[in-house]
Design a protein. Structure first.
Length: 284
């Protein structure tokens, strides 16, 4: 999930070790809560990512930041040979439980345990905002990619279009809640929600033939409470940005959130617009 609002477009010094440890501990604690809500949202990216990476029968695929394994499982269903990695042990365990026939391993995206030129395709679904150094990670992705192979990665679109993110991000920003002291500085929340920046990230890693696709849909959620819990129980930095505030600040954030999210309610559920970007490129 995205970084806290205070990290957006602010020049900060990132303690890579502290940030990585914070993310790892957070996902170890919240893997199941994430899976209950966000796997269904991220599922919309699966086909486009695999298409962009040209995954087919016989393709050797690496899924970095595999989460609960849905992207890897779909790649396997296309006849590909797949390995999934995730920084979180809990996520790896969850992926293995959901898809016991597949190979999932714990690994840091910046230090992948594979030789150069191993994979035909490298894919990643919504991992970028969780990386302390996205450029270093993409360089590592390209290292293990064969010459001529393709990389495809997704990212949240800007909050103005991806309202699932926007309602929470804007509620925190409206209240002006400072980031809790125990949240390490992370990369700017929506830097790579800019299509140009996302394409440049791939280009800087040594890729060519860069392509960008927007994925738009409406996600239905039973109640505002379900959406609130999705963010406060199934994310890491966003959850901490709310839950680590004093009670009166939490109430203010909730009031602002309810006001914004209620714009998407009808008689039966909450229908929230979502938008993602999928970028891809070929290794020279």
């Amino acid at each position: 999930m995205p970084a806290t609002p205070a990290a957006h477009n602010v020049a900060v010094v990132i303690d890579v070790t502290a940030f990585r440890a914070f993310e790892q501990a957070g996902w170890d604690a919240r893997a199941h809560a994430y899976d209950r809500f966000f796997t269904a949202v991220s599922e919309h990216n699966v086909g486009p990512i695999l298409d962009a990476a040209q995954v087919r029968v016989g393709t050797r695929v690496l899924d970095v930041g595999c989460g609960s394994g849905n992207l890897a499982a779909e790649a396997a269903s296309r006849g590909a040979s797949v390995v999934g990695t995730d920084l979180s042990d809990a996520m790896v365990a969850l992926a293995r439980r959901h898809h016991p026939q597949l190979d999932f391993r714990q690994a840091d995206a910046e230090q992948l345990p594979f030789a150069d030129l191993t994979f035909d395709s490298v894919v990643s679904n919504l991992l970028i905002p969780h990386l302390p150094r996205p450029d270093a990670a993409v360089t590592e992705f390209v290292r293990v990619l064969k010459t001529g192979g393709r990389l495809a990665a997704s990212m949240w679109d800007v909050p103005a279009r991806s309202r699932l993110v926007g309602v929470m991000w804007e509620a925190i920003a409206e209240v002006g809640a400072p980031p809790p002291a125990d949240i390490p500085h992370g990369p700017a929340a929506f830097k790579y929600s800019d299509g140009g920046e996302l394409k440049e990230l791939l280009r800087s890693g040594g890729l060519t033939e860069i392509e960008l696709r927007q994925i738009e849909f409406t996600h239905e959620i039973p109640t505002l409470e379900h959406l609130w819990k999705a963010w406060t129980e199934g994310s890491v930095r966003t959850a901490s940005a709310v839950r680590d505030q004093p009670p009166h600040i939490q109430r203010q954030i909730r009031d602002a959130f309810d006001r914004r999210a209620s714009a998407y309610m009808d008689d039966h559920c909450v229908k929230v617009p979502v938008s993602f970007l999928v970028a891809s490129g070929r290794k020279r």
